[in-house]
Ligand binder design. Sequence first.
Ligand SMILES: Nc1nc2c(ncn2[C@@H]2O[C@H](COP(=O)(O)OP(=O)(O)OP(=O)(O)O)[C@@H](O)[C@H]2O)c(=O)[nH]1
Length: 305
Amino acid sequence: MSGFRSGFACFVGRPNVGKSTLTNALVGGKVAITSSRPQTTRHAIRGLVHRPDAQIVLVDTPGLHRPRTLLGQRLNDLVRTTWAEVDTIGLCLPADERIGPGDRFLIREIAALRGKPVIAVATKTDLVSPQRVAEHLMAIQAAGEEAGLRWHEMVPVSAVADDQVGLLADLIVATLPEGPALYPEGQLTDEPEATLVAEVIREAALEGVRDELPHSLAVVVDEMVPREGRSADNPLIDVRVNVYVERDSQKGIIIGKQGSRLREIGTTSRAQIEKILGTPVYLDLHVKVAKEWQRDPKQLRKLGF
Ligand SMILES: Nc1nc2c(ncn2[C@@H]2O[C@H](COP(=O)(O)OP(=O)(O)OP(=O)(O)O)[C@@H](O)[C@H]2O)c(=O)[nH]1
């Protein structure tokens, strides 16, 4: 997919400047997954922005503080490591507040990274007049210059009024390297275990029949619930899973002669799932036909794609 861009971004700023609200506005209510960390990221993922041309992975950073203790210094080192690893930083500076010492401290710290694209995001613009927004942008410009930081971009946004949020996404995307999506689109759950469980089953189901079922297989974990009435030292987790194929003939392949392949899939994957969850599991596998699911947007959404 030429021209597709993907990478990591993080929002930085004092508490309460609107980082979370902005993240949610960009992500559009989609729950982020936290499993199967691709490549280098060791950071909590806050949200995924899926677009036809790009994928933005928004990562979390703890706040940077004026270090007073060794622990404070260590935490700050961690923050700097994160900053160094992301492709782009968005520094949030709320339009309804003047730029203060806390902001200047952050700007100086970010300036020390040298060469990293930093987008100055003037947040909460719906709370103030256009004139105040303009003043704010000039103050941001000046604060950058003072610290020797050249803003890659400056953009006023309102996450609440959904003003310029799309533009911000465009600006972030433009800073990302070319490359394929780092995460599959639309994971169904934010439970890392469920995603891993689905992956294990998918692998087991494809074992030996990969060529006969190219891409036709989707695995959805319906639920993972502790069996009622079990004591704490004798737990059992019920894992209910649907395996979707596109055609009846493929259903036959998965199930096998008198259910033999399905049993094999269950045995192989159950052992691995028990390792992942650390408890015995009862695995309830169902094979369903979702005709042409790869071409049907409604089905795709249902299956989490
Ligand atoms: N009017 C308005 N309020 C906003 C906007 N964005 C955030 N807020 C409000 O500002 C407050 C703080 O927003 P958060 O998104 O939690 O800020 P944050 O930077 O994530 O805060 P911390 O998690 O403490 O670092 C909340 O009450 C939001 O509703 C905006 O665009 N317009």
